[in-house]
Design a protein around this ligand. Structure first.
Ligand SMILES: [Zn+2]
Ligand SMILES: [Zn+2]
Length: 268
């Protein structure tokens, strides 16, 4: 049975947060996505968008935060996250091992002196840290993961529950070697969220940075049969006007592909 499901995009910017009048429509906060699926509440990455998390709903007491990788733009929302000062929530933080560091060590790398005055052990919510495996059950959600192509590694995620499927593929180069497996991984998903930081014109100068082009994301969405596609991880230099101007380029490839906007809620 398909239950109601929604995906709120809290931050869609990549690399560093930006602000100012040129970034009003797509937002300046970095990557963070709130997924409500099959009665579970899951947050994907902890960029500065995490600070805009809406009030929790009645009965939401367990929050699972899944981290794709520990680059700063995906963790910067954590130190001041209001959820982490609540004592009435069960907070779980999952991340795959990176360079021998487990989830807690990755968070501690940002949240400890000299970068931050306190460590995660001082957080009132007392989050529990876990390894993010290739398969995980969160209540009625099944989480599957696969490795992406990004400096230091990245975890791509698929959440299945309540009759819906959401794929989150941030910070990844869509190489010829990865695409066949990723296309199957994302097959027939209801929503594909994927890193498309660059235009085709920008690509040659940025090919080694671990990101992708927005046209490659639209083609992946078309080829895997995604019902809706949102391009995420917008380059800090890409203004509202620039992204508005490129929107038609996406729709020509996939009619339901658009640049993600912070504050947007996608209903599945
Ligand atoms: Zn990033
Ligand atoms: Zn990264």
């Amino acid at each position: 049975m398909r239950q109601g499901a929604s995906v709120a995009i809290l931050g869609a910017r990549g690399s560093v947060p930006v602000s100012g009048r040129d970034f009003q429509r797509y937002g300046g906060a970095t990557t963070c996505v709130l997924v409500r699926l099959a009665g579970q509440t899951v947050v994907l990455d902890a960029g500065t968008g995490l600070l805009d998390i809406p009030p929790l709903q009645e009965g939401e007491r367990r929050i699972s935060l899944l981290l794709s990788h520990p680059h700063a733009d995906h963790l910067l929302g954590l130190p001041m996250c209001p959820l982490l000062s609540r004592t009435d929530l069960q907070m779980e933080i999952y991340a795959a091992q990176r360079n021998g560091q487990d989830a807690e060590a990755q968070v501690r790398a940002l949240m400890s002196p000299p970068l931050w005055p306190i460590g995660p052990e001082k957080l009132l919510s007392q989050p529990a840290f876990y390894d993010l495996p290739t398969h995980l059950e969160l209540g009625d959600i099944a989480v599957n993961t696969m490795g992406g192509v990004h400096p230091g590694g990245v975890t791509l995620m698929r959440l299945t529950g309540g009759g819906y499927r959401v794929v989150f593929a941030t910070d990844c180069t869509l190489t010829d070697g990865l695409l066949p497996a990723l296309t199957e991984f994302a097959r027939d998903c209801d929503l594909l969220l994927c890193d498309g930081q660059y235009s085709d014109a920008e690509w040659p100068a940025h090919a080694g940075y671990g990101h992708s082009t927005w046209t490659a994301v639209a083609r992946l969405g078309r080829d895997c049969g995604a019902k809706q596609v949102r391009v995420i991880h917008h380059d800090p230099s890409h203004t509202d006007a620039l992204l508005d101007g490129a929107a038609e380029e996406l729709r020509r490839i996939h009619p339901n592909c658009a640049f993600a906007r912070a504050g947007e809620e996608v209903f599945l």
